[in-house]
Design a protein around this ligand. Structure first.
Ligand code: F6P
Length: 318
């Protein structure tokens, strides 16, 4: 029977992480457990930055972006000796189980801890929506809302000046933000890893658009190309003058949308239930509107292809 649980956030922060921590803390206390916050992700677990949390500790946190526990990336956590130190720290506080909130790096860490005897549950938290096993991740809806608002604003000025706006969005290995934005704003072109990057195709699409439209919107995921250079090429080879905007880390901030708050609360409550029922080694996921527990191994192996299907369906509208 577990009595004390830890909660941490790891990897890139995502809006809604605070709502998830709150849900774990409050439902844990409701189940009679002691709940401990582990600061700065696995780094804090290794350094022993652990503190007991109470109902009050998570008051007024649900509406805040970021993560009040802090987060970090610690590639060294792949080393067993580093994890052994972290586990010693958990033992010092009598912590039997940990809820980890983050992306696939976070799942890898949790799964490794699970194999070393610490009961772990993962919650998908990242703006990228790139984690297998779940339809949606905590933070994606808020980031998408931020990006769509920004692109709507850019469209106003593009249209006034008869310009092409190129918008670079986040998504290290996944085009979800780009594709969902493209569908939401009716962009002329979306380029991301899943779709590929074809400069000739982009130029031709913009030339075509210039015949009937006052603006063109191109959404591109980070690391595909130099968007400033692309803007120069578009300016010299199409009737539109082009401007590039890199949205950057603004996409990771801000108050979570109601959708992200509800997802975070639902997954957090279920995580504690699973632990109380003696289950661990799983990620809590939303699949077809159902909340399910998916083994880490399965979640890490599964591929997300729904994004590409969406693109194919809506391409006809562009
Ligand atoms: O994984 C979330 C994410 O925002 C990616 O979209 C992006 O590539 C990465 O994190 C940026 O990481 P950092 O904040 O460490 O630069």
């Amino acid at each position: 029977m577990i009595r004390k649980i830890g909660v941490l956030t790891s990897g890139g922060d995502a809006p809604g992480m605070n709502a998830a921590i709150r849900a774990v803390v409050r439902s844990g206390i409701q189940h009679g457990l002691e709940v401990y916050g582990i600061y700065d992700g696995y780094k804090g677990m290794y350094e022993g930055k652990i503190e007991r949390l109470f109902r009050k500790s998570v008051s007024d946190k649900i509406r805040l972006g970021g993560t009040f526990l802090g987060t970090a990336r610690l590639p060294e956590f792949a080393n067993e000796e580093i994890r052994a130190v972290a586990i010693e720290n958990l033992h010092e506080y009598g912590i039997d189980a940990v809820v980890t909130i983050g992306g696939d790096g976070t799942y890898h860490g949790a799964w490794a801890l699970e194999r070393m005897g610490i009961k772990c549950i993962g919650l998908p938290g990242t703006i990228d929506n790139d984690i297998g096993g779940t339809d949606f991740t905590i933070g994606f809806d808020t980031a998408l809302t931020t990006v769509v608002e920004a692109v709507d604003k850019l469209r106003d000025t593009s249209s006034s000046h008869r310009r092409c706006s190129i918008i670079e969005v986040m998504g290290r290995n996944c085009g979800a933000i780009a594709i969902w934005t493209g569908i939401s704003v009716g962009a002329e072109y979306v380029a991301c890893r899943e779709i590929g990057y074809n400069e000739e195709d982009i130029i031709q699409t913009i030339r075509d658009a210039s015949k009937t439209k006052r603006h063109a919107i191109v959404i591109i995921t980070e690391n595909l190309t130099n968007v400033e250079k692309l803007a120069e090429t578009i300016t010299t080879s199409t009737p539109f003058e082009a401007r590039a905007t890199v949205l950057g880390h603004v996409q990771r901030g801000g108050s979570p949308t109601p959708r992200d708050r509800v997802l975070a609360a639902t997954l957090g409550v279920r995580a504690v239930e699973e632990l109380v029922n003696g289950n661990s080694g799983v990620a809590i996921c939303e699949v077809n509107n159902q909340i399910v527990a998916v083994p880490f191994e399965t979640a890490l192996k599964s591929k997300k292809d729904q994004v590409f299907e969406k693109y194919e369906t809506f391409k006809v509208l562009w």
